[in-house]
Write a protein that binds this ligand. Structure first.
Ligand code: ZN
Ligand code: ZN
Length: 355
């Protein structure tokens, strides 16, 4: 019985990916349009992951959702799908334009399908790795990406909790190099479903085990949990979301060990509850950032300014500062502190950070 359980722990990830492969293959063979194939495969895998999380959870304290189910579903139905559409429209236009100009295909279409899919996985990660690193570094983008890092539990709901402003470019940069090389539509579909299925399971709270050699190649749940760690030393790495090649190349790979990070989330989580607030707040704080003098590098600490981790909700926007002390409020991004300061002049202490 014990051996069977251990065997199942190791088999879960391969079985899950086999479902993604089998589903994609069957639906493509049935000549369904790409969008339908991706939607059906992703919806089915998300439902399967949600069931497995309840049958064999990795951590019992991660079983409950961070926020009410309607809010999590709204993020999935609205943000995830809108982000997908916003990425696919320019990709389709680019593909059409390249076809109209009779641009030659540089894609190795005669190679075995497995080779093409592996190549697509690596090329797709090439730009999206940097896109992910930058959204952690640039305050304006972090306001949108922080939604994905908010909350204190790792489960399937987090896998779809993206702001559309964040997920649309992420998807676009996965597909962009493939379209430039004129990869066939079938390969784009395979890439979307396989990267998407990894995205589902890497956030899931399913009890499973992955060997170290696989953790070094793919973004497994053990690997991605470290990217969501509340401890900044652990979360400032593993930016790959499908393959880990670029984390190895650029020195950001964090090797999973033991039971994983003690806690996930953001050290000072300023995300307000509710779908509307989570949709609109990044725009408010983003506008405030645009009105401020952006500082891309941390400045020397100053005793004159009170560092604070509150986000700038509407009442905090420059112009509505009610006192010199309020003027000292700061945005705290993943990598540096940026002052919102049409009415704040003093420098900022890079003392507290959120990710
Ligand atoms: Zn991230
Ligand atoms: Zn994630």
């Amino acid at each position: 019985m014990g051996r069977l359980r251990v065997g199942l722990d190791y088999a879960i990830l391969p079985l899950f990916l086999a479902c993604a492969l089998g589903g994609t293959y069957a639906l493509l063979a049935a000549k369904l349009p790409s969008t339908a194939v991706i939607g059906l495969v992703m919806g089915s895998l998300a439902a399967l992951a949600a069931i497995l999380e309840r049958v064999r959870p990795q951590r019992h304290d991660y079983v409950a959702l961070d926020q009410p189910l309607p809010t999590e579903l709204a993020h999935y139905l609205f943000n995830y799908n809108l982000g997908y559409v916003l990425a696919i429209v320019p990709i389709t236009l680019l593909d059409t334009e390249l076809g109209r100009r009779m641009a030659p295909s540089l894609w190795p279409s005669s190679s075995p399908l497995a080779v093409q899919i592996a190549l697509a996985g690596v090329l797709g990660e090439m730009l999206s790795y940097w896109q992910h690193r930058l959204v952690h570094r640039i305050p304006w983008f972090w306001r949108f990406h922080s939604l994905h890092h908010s909350g204190s539990r790792m489960n399937v709901a987090r896998g779809a909790r993206f702001h559309f402003v964040d997920i649309a470019p992420a998807l676009f940069f996965v597909l962009f190099p493939l379209v430039l090389l004129r990869a066939p539509e079938e390969i784009l579909t395979w890439t979307a479903t396989l990267c998407g299925s990894l995205g589902v399971i890497e956030h899931s709270n399913i009890r499973l085990v992955t060997p170290q050699w696989l953790d070094r190649i793919l973004c497994t749940p053990a690997v991605h949990r470290y990217h969501h760690s509340r401890d900044r030393a652990e979360s400032d790495g593993n930016f790959g979301t499908a393959v880990m090649l670029f984390d190895h190349l650029f020195g950001t790979y964090v090797q999973p060990s033991g039971a994983g990070p003690a806690e996930v989330g953001i050290a000072q989580d300023t995300t307000r509850p509710g779908f509307a607030a989570q949709m609109l707040d990044p725009f408010y704080s983003g506008l405030a950032l645009l009105n401020s003098r952006p500082r891309w590098f941390p400045r020397a600490p100053s005793k004159s300014t009170k560092a604070c981790t509150r986000s700038a909700w509407p009442e905090d926007l420059p112009g509505s500062c009610r006192s010199a002390e309020e003027a000292g409020r700061t945005f705290v991004s993943a990598d540096e502190v940026v002052q919102v300061g049409a009415c704040a002049e003093s420098s900022v202490a890079p003392a507290e950070r959120t990710a």
